[in-house]
Write a new protein. Structure first.
Length: 304
């Protein structure tokens, strides 16, 4: 059986947490447990709370009494941590996106390499799947999704093509979808184009940007001063939001001055320049290619 997921920027991200051996840490994207395993190896006492909304991640659970696993969306991080008795933590790691396991499962619908249902849900019990988005969204909303979440150049044409086709027949499989959009796909860059289209749909299906925003906002309240926020992202939308948030304490990047005109930034940015995988890592794991790692440390200041 192929590996569930090869961890990306593993040493760099866990070093970035600057672990205290008895601290409390959170890995909000457990996946195959690659990052969690290294955190546990480096802790002595301490605790690790791990989140994953994908039921398949449960098959990778590490048998360790210091690990608490929460099978839910990380946007609810604050509520679940409180439920487990934690008001504050010493570090939070997020390795965003979809696991290789999901990309490689034809029936999960994430990849245009296979046929299967247009699903794309990370949480298999979620109500919204890609069939719903493709068949039920208004054409203008569909267009906006392709433009904003996929940076698809011909987004308007693509959305209109889909709207026309679905009025004849519901689009439910990947092969059907690919046939419908065939004439929108530019020559020579087919793979890149399809990756953008599939990324856009996936982000919408899983409400990824909303979840990331809610999670980042919560991290502000949850981290002890000196605690680290470590985020690995895989596309520019995510990376921009993370960068803005770490610099200003707000996802829109606009930090606020107090009455005296001072900025009290809630984070000190540790990675002045974003960290990316080296050639050796990319050769070993091509999926690491788009990874971007950012690290920030919580200051003593309150919310911006
Ligand atoms: C890139 S993988 C993480 C891989 C992991 N670091 C490892 O080394 O095995 C991202 C994981 O986060 C999960 N995930 C993504 N968004 C989530 C969310 N909003 N809430 C909970 N889990 C999420 C996905 O299901 C996936 O398993």
């Amino acid at each position: 059986m192929s590996e569930y997921h090869i961890p990306v920027l593993l040493e760099e991200s866990i070093d970035g947490l600057s672990l205290r051996p008895n601290g409390t840490y959170v890995d909000v994207t457990y996946g195959g447990g690659g990052h969690s395993r290294l955190i546990l190896e480096r802790l002595e006492g301490g605790k690790l709370v791990a989140f994953d909304q994908d039921q398949d991640a449960l098959q990778n659970l590490i048998d360790d009494e210091r690990l608490i696993f929460v099978a839910h969306n990380f946007k609810y991080i604050k509520n679940f941590l409180r439920y487990h008795g934690f008001d504050k933590v010493d570090g939070i790691l997020a390795d965003l996106g979809v696991s290789s396991h999901d990309f490689d499962q034809p029936d999960r619908g994430f990849s245009f390499r296979f046929d299967g249902d247009l699903d794309m849900r990370m949480n298999q019990s979620a109500e919204k799947d890609a069939v719903k988005v493709v068949n039920e969204y208004e054409v203008s909303v569909l267009g906006r999704i392709f433009r904003e979440f996929g940076e698809v150049q011909n987004w308007r044409n693509l959305a209109q093509t889909i709207e026309q086709a679905r009025s004849n027949q519901k689009i439910v499989t990947i092969s059907q979808f690919l046939k419908v959009i065939e004439r929108c796909v530019p020559a020579r860059v087919e793979k890149k184009y399809l990756a953008q289209v599939f990324q856009a749909l996936r982000i919408e299906v899983n409400n990824e940007m909303d979840a990331l925003e809610a999670f980042l906002e919560s991290s502000l309240d949850l981290l002890n001063p000196g605690g680290r926020l470590v985020v690995i992202s895989y596309h520019s939308l995510e990376d921009r939001m993370v960068k803005n948030f770490m610099r200003s304490g707000r996802v829109d990047g606009k930090s606020e001055q107090d009455f005296f005109g001072h900025y009290h930034l809630p984070f000190e940015v540790i990675t002045r320049k974003v960290l990316v995988p080296g050639e050796e890592e990319i050769a070993r794991n091509p999926r690491a290619r788009s990874a971007r790692l950012r690290i920030a440390e919580r200051t003593e200041h309150g919310r911006a």
